[in-house]
Design a protein around this ligand. Structure first.
Ligand SMILES: *[C@@H]1O[C@H](CO)[C@@H](O)[C@H](O)[C@H]1NC(C)=O
Ligand SMILES: *[C@@H]1O[C@H](CO)[C@@H](O)[C@H](O)[C@H]1NC(C)=O
Ligand SMILES: *[C@@H]1O[C@H](CO)[C@@H](O)[C@H](O)[C@H]1NC(C)=O
Ligand SMILES: *[C@@H]1O[C@H](CO)[C@@H](O)[C@H](O)[C@H]1NC(C)=O
Ligand SMILES: *[C@@H]1O[C@H](CO)[C@@H](O)[C@H](O)[C@H]1NC(C)=O
Ligand SMILES: *[C@@H]1O[C@H](CO)[C@@H](O)[C@H](O)[C@H]1NC(C)=O
Ligand SMILES: *[C@@H]1O[C@H](CO)[C@@H](O)[C@H](O)[C@H]1NC(C)=O
Ligand SMILES: *[C@@H]1O[C@H](CO)[C@@H](O)[C@H](O)[C@H]1NC(C)=O
Ligand SMILES: *[C@@H]1O[C@H](CO)[C@@H](O)[C@H](O)[C@H]1NC(C)=O
Ligand SMILES: *[C@@H]1O[C@H](CO)[C@@H](O)[C@H](O)[C@H]1NC(C)=O
Ligand SMILES: *[C@@H]1O[C@H](CO)[C@@H](O)[C@H](O)[C@H]1NC(C)=O
Ligand SMILES: *[C@@H]1O[C@H](CO)[C@@H](O)[C@H](O)[C@H]1NC(C)=O
Length: 720
C-alpha cells in the first residue's frame, strides 16, 4: 500500500513536471483540433459594440501556440483532445454551418456558447456528433427554429440549457415528439433549462418521465398549457423547479413531496384551490413563489414548519382569513410578500419584527397593523410596501430602518404633516418613495435623499411651492395636490428626468422654456393648472415625448411643430387652451405605430405607467385638440389613432377621405368648427370600432353616407 502511494506520488510529480514544460504542453494540442478552433474563430466576427457586456476570448487565440492554453479551451491532460469549449459571453456574431469546423471537435464533453449572437441560425442536427457531450449550454445566444431531434442522441448529457431571455419573441421551438424523446433518452440530465423556448404544442404530460437525477428544471414562459403531472413534485433529487408564466395547473399532492426541493416558483400560472396542508413535506424549501395564481382559502397553519424559508411570495391571489401570527416564526425570511389578497383582521407588528433577516416586506389591503411602535426594529429591511393597509399614521418602525431603499405607503389614510423623523428614513439612501393617495399636508422644501430616483406624492394635500427634487430623479409624480407658484427652472438641471406629472395643482406662470432641453422626458402632464404663455418646445426638441397633456391651462401658442416630427407614438392632449393658427402640414404625420398590446382602458393613465408600457409601442393614440382656436384645414389623424377630437375650434374646408385611413378610431369628434362640403363616402364604415361620431355645428351639406361597417358599434351620431 505504502509502496503504491509512493509510486503514485512519483507519477503525479512527473506528471506535474511534464505539464510545466513548454515543449511538452505544445504537443498536447492536436493540430487538427487547433486548426478547427481557428477556423471556427475565423468564421465568426467579434462584435464588442453590443449592449451586452462581453469579453472576447477568441481574439487571443494564436496559431502555433498550444490550443489547450487558449482562453475557453480545455483539453484532456492525457490524450490532448479538446474536451471543453467555453465561448460564453465572447461577443461572437455569425452563423454556424453544418460543414463548420466546430463539428470536428468530436471529443467535446462540454460546449458553452451562451450569450453570443448566432443571428437566429438553427441548432444544427450535426451536434449529434458530440457523443461524449455532457454539458451543452446555448442559452441566450439567438438560435432559433425547431430544436432538432438529434439532441436526444446526446444521451450522456448532464446539463442542457436552451433558455432564452427575450420575452418579446420566441427563438427556439420544441415539438412534442422531440421533447418526448429528449425526456426518454437523456436519462442522466441533472440540469434542464428551457425558459422561453416555445412549447405551446408540447403536452405537459410529456414531462412525465423526466430523469430522476434532475436537480434543476426550469421552463418558464414557454407557452405550456394544461395540467402538469404531480410526479414532478416527487423527483427525488430536485432542488429547483421553475415553471412560472405558463398557463398550467398542477394538482397538489397529498403526500410524498420531494424532500430535496429548495426553490419552487410557480408564479403567474393557473394554479388554483387551497395551498395544501402537506406543503411542509418540502422540508428544505427556501423559496416559495406562488404570486399571481388563483389560490383561495387561508394560509395553512402547517406552513410554519417550512422553517428554512427565506423567500415567500403569495401576493396577488385570492387568499382570505387572517395572516397567521406564526409567520413571525419563519425567522429566516428575507423576502415576504403577501400583498393584494383578501386578508382581514389585525396583524401585530411585534410578530413581524421577529423576522430579523427581513429585507423586503410587502403587505396590503384592509389590514390593520397593531402595536405601531418604535420598539420593533427590522435591522435589514430594504423594501417596505404597505400599500392599502388602512394606516392612519406613519409607522414608527420606519424610523429605525437604516437600510431602507424603497418605501411604498400609498393608498392609506395617513394624515397630518410629514413627521420630522421622516427625513431620516433610510439615512439619506432612499431610492424610491411612494406616499400617494393619502391625506398628507404641509410644505416640502427639499428632499434629503440624494439617490432618489422615483417619487410619488400624488393625491395628497401638499401646498406651497413645488420642491426641487434631487438631480437623480427619474420620475416625479405630484398630481392632485395644492402646489402653487411656478415650476422652478432648476427642474431643467435634472437631465435624467423622464416623467413629470404635475396635473391638477395650482401651478401658474409660464412653463420654463428650458424644459424643452430635457432630452429624456417622455411623459409630461401639466394639465389643469394655470399655466400661460408659450409652449417650451422648439422645433427639434421633443423627440422623446410620448405622452403630453397640457390641457386645461391658458397656453397661447401655435401647434408645437416638433410634435409632428417626433418619432415616438403619442398621446397628445392640448384641449382647453389658447392654441391657435394652422397646423401645417395638415396631414399630421403622426407616425404609424401599429401594435396590439393595449386596450382602451389604459388610455386613462391615472397612476404610474407599468414598465411594459415602454417596451411596446402602442396604438393607443389619442389626439385631443378640442376647445382651442386652431384654424385652417382639418389635420388628418394617423392610421393608429383611437381618439380624435378637434371640437370647438375654427378648422375649415372639406372633410378629406384620407380620414378613413384611421381605421382604429373609436371616438371621432369634429363638432363646432367651420367644416364644409360633402362627407366622404367611407365615413360610416371605415372603422368597425367607431362608437362616437360627432359632426354637429359645421356647414356640411349633401347626404349622409349609407354604408355602415359590419357589426358597427356606433352608439352616438350627431349631425345637428
Ligand atoms: C488537467 O490539468 C488541469 C491543470 O493542471 C487540472 O486542473 C485538471 O483537473 C486536469 N484534468 C484531468 C482530467 O486530470
Ligand atoms: C460551408 O457551407 C457554406 C454554406 O452552405 C458555404 O458557404 C461554405 O463555403 C462551406 N464551407 C466549407 C469550408 O466547405
Ligand atoms: C438575433 O439575430 C437577428 C437576425 O440576425 C438580429 O436581427 C437580432 O438583432 C439578433 N438578436 C439579438 C438579441 O442579438
Ligand atoms: C450557461 O452559461 C451561462 C453563461 O456562462 C451561465 O450564466 C448559465 O448559468 C449557464 N447555464 C447553466 C444551466 O449552467
Ligand atoms: C438514444 O441514445 C442512443 C445513444 O445512446 C442513440 O443510439 C439513440 O438513437 C437515441 N434515441 C433517440 C430516440 O434519440
Ligand atoms: C433575464 O431577464 C430578467 C429580467 O429582464 C433578468 O432579471 C434576469 O437576470 C435575466 N436572466 C439572465 C440569465 O440573463
Ligand atoms: C410541524 O411539524 C411537527 C413535527 O413534524 C408536527 O408535530 C406539527 O404538527 C407540525 N405543525 C403543523 C402546524 O403542521
Ligand atoms: C379599511 O378601509 C376600508 C375603506 O375605507 C374599509 O372599508 C375597511 O373596513 C377598512 N378595514 C378595516 C379592517 O378597518
Ligand atoms: C417600548 O419599550 C419601552 C421600554 O423598553 C416600554 O416602556 C414600552 O412599553 C414599550 N412600548 C410598547 C408599545 O411595547
Ligand atoms: C437649451 O439648449 C440650448 C441648445 O442646446 C441652449 O442654447 C440653451 O441655453 C439651453 N437652455 C437652457 C435653459 O438650458
Ligand atoms: C396670444 O398671444 C398673442 C401674441 O403672441 C397676442 O396677440 C394675443 O392677444 C394672445 N391671446 C391671448 C388670449 O392672450
Ligand atoms: C390612405 O389609404 C390609401 C389607400 O386606401 C393609401 O393610398 C394612402 O397612402 C393612405 N394614406 C396615408 C396617409 O396613410
Amino acid at each position: 500500500m505504502e509502496f503504491y502511494r509512493f509510486l503514485c506520488f512519483l507519477f503525479c510529480l512527473s506528471g506535474q513536471l511534464l505539464l510545466s514544460l513548454p515543449f511538452t504542453t505544445a504537443q498536447l494540442c492536436h493540430h487538427v483540433q487547433s486548426d478547427a478552433l481557428l477556423q471556427l474563430s475565423n468564421s465568426l466576427t467579434v462584435e464588442t459594440d453590443t449592449d451586452r457586456r462581453c469579453d472576447p476570448k477568441t481574439t487571443t487565440w494564436k496559431n502555433g501556440l498550444d490550443c489547450c492554453s487558449w482562453d475557453g479551451v480545455a483539453c484532456d491532460n492525457i490524450t490532448g483532445n479538446v474536451i471543453g469549449l467555453d465561448l460564453s459571453l465572447s461577443c461572437l456574431q455569425g452563423t454556424l454551418h453544418s460543414n463548420g469546423s466546430l463539428f470536428a471537435l468530436r471529443h467535446l464533453q462540454s460546449l458553452n456558447l451562451a450569450f453570443n449572437d448566432f443571428r437566429t441560425s438553427p441548432i444544427l442536427p450535426e451536434l449529434s456528433v458530440f457523443t461524449e457531450l455532457r454539458h451543452l449550454n446555448l442559452s441566450c445566444s439567438n438560435f432559433s427554429g425547431l430544436v432538432p431531434v438529434e439532441i436526444s442522441h446526446l444521451s450522456k448529457l448532464v446539463l442542457l440549457d436552451l433558455s432564452f431571455n427575450d420575452t418579446e419573441t420566441y427563438g427556439l421551438k420544441i415539438e412534442n415528439t422531440v421533447l418526448k424523446m429528449l425526456v426518454q433518452n437523456l436519462t442522466k440530465l441533472r440540469e434542464l433549462e428551457l425558459d422561453g423556448v416555445d412549447m405551446s404544442i408540447v403536452s405537459p404530460s410529456s414531462f412525465m418521465n423526466l430523469s430522476s437525477s434532475l436537480t434543476f428544471f426550469s421552463a418558464s414562459g414557454c407557452g405550456l398549457q394544461g395540467e402538469f403531472l404531480a410526479n414532478i413534485f416527487r423527483l427525488p433529487n430536485l432542488l429547483d423547479l421553475d415553471l412560472h408564466s405558463n398557463d398550467i395547473t398542477v394538482p397538489f399532492l397529498k403526500s410524498n413531496w420531494s424532500k430535496s426541493l429548495e426553490s419552487l416558483i410557480l408564479s403567474y400560472t393557473s394554479i388554483s384551490g387551497k395551498i395544501p396542508e402537506s406543503i411542509p413535506e418540502f422540508e428544505n424549501l427556501k423559496t416559495l413563489d406562488l404570486k399571481n395564481c388563483r389560490l383561495t382559502g387561508s394560509i395553512p397553519s402547517s406552513l410554519v414548519n417550512l422553517t428554512k424559508l427565506t423567500k415567500l411570495n403569495l401576493s396577488r391571489n385570492e387568499l382570505t382569513g387572517h395572516i397567521p401570527s406564526f409567520v413571525g416564526k419563519l425567522e429566516q425570511l428575507i423576502y415576504l410578500d403577501l400583498s393584494f389578497n383578501n386578508f382581514i383582521g389585525v396583524l401585530d407588528f411585534g410578530v413581524l419584527s421577529k423576522m430579523k433577516n427581513l429585507q423586503a416586506l410587502r403587505l396590503s389591503v384592509e389590514l390593520i397593523l397593531a402595536h405601531n411602535s418604535m420598539n420593533y426594529t427590522f435591522p435589514k429591511l430594504e423594501t417596505v410596501a404597505l400599500s392599502s393597509c388602512n394606516l392612519t399614521k406613519f409607522p414608527l418602525f420606519l424610523n429605525s430602518l437604516k437600510k431602507l431603499r424603497n418605501l411604498d405607503l400609498s393608498r392609506n389614510k395617513i394624515g397630518g404633516q410629514l413627521p420630522k423623523w421622516f427625513w431620516d428614513v433610510g439615512k439619506g439612501r432612499l431610492e424610491s418613495l411612494d406616499i400617494s393617495s393619502n391625506l398628507i399636508e404641509g410644505r416640502i422644501q427639499q428632499f434629503p435623499w440624494k439617490e432618489l430616483t422615483n417619487v410619488d406624492l400624488s393625491d395628497n394635500l401638499f401646498q406651497g411651492p413645488l420642491l426641487v427634487p434631487p438631480l437623480s430623479i427619474f420620475s416625479f409624480w405630484a398630481a392632485e395636490n395644492g402646489f402653487s407658484g411656478e415650476i422652478p427652472s432648476s427642474f431643467c438641471k435634472i437631465s435624467s428626468l423622464a416623467v413629470l406629472e404635475l396635473a391638477r395643482n395650482n401651478l401658474s406662470g409660464s412653463i420654463p422654456q428650458c424644459l424643452g432641453n430635457l432630452t429624456n422626458l417622455y411623459y409630461l402632464d401639466l394639465s389643469a393648472n394655470k399655466f400661460e404663455g408659450t409652449f417650451p418646445w422648439s422645433l427639434d426638441n421633443c423627440a422623446s415625448l410620448a405622452f403630453l397633456n397640457v390641457s386645461y391651462n391658458k397656453i397661447n401658442d401655435t401647434f408645437p411643430k416638433c410634435l409632428l416630427e417626433a418619432p415616438l407614438p403619442w398621446i397628445i392632449n392640448l384641449q382647453y387652451n389658447e392654441f391657435h393658427g394652422q397646423i401645417d402640414p395638415p396631414i399630421a404625420p403622426f407616425l404609424s405605430c401599429k401594435l396590439d398590446t393595449f386596450s382602451i382602458s389604459n388610455n386613462n393613465l391615472g397612476g404610474q405607467w407599468p414598465e411594459e408600457y415602454f417596451l411596446h409601442c402602442f396604438n393607443m393614440w389619442s389626439v385631443d385638440l378640442s376647445n382651442n382656436r386652431f384654424e385652417g384645414p382639418l389635420p388628418i389623424p394617423s392610421p393608429g389613432t383611437v381618439l380624435y377630437s378637434i371640437a370647438n375650434n375654427k378648422f375649415s374646408g372639406k372633410v378629406s377621405p384620407l380620414i378613413c385611413n384611421a381605421t382604429e378610431l373609436v371616438i371621432f369628434n369634429l363638432s363646432n368648427n367651420s367644416l364644409m362640403g360633402t362627407l366622404p363616402e367611407c365615413l360610416m364604415s371605415f372603422s368597425k370600432n367607431l362608437s362616437v361620431l360627432n359632426l354637429r355645428m359645421n356647414m356640411i351639406l349633401g347626404v349622409i353616407p349609407r354604408k355602415f361597417a359590419k357589426d358597427s358599434k356606433l352608439g352616438t351620431i350627431d349631425f345637428s
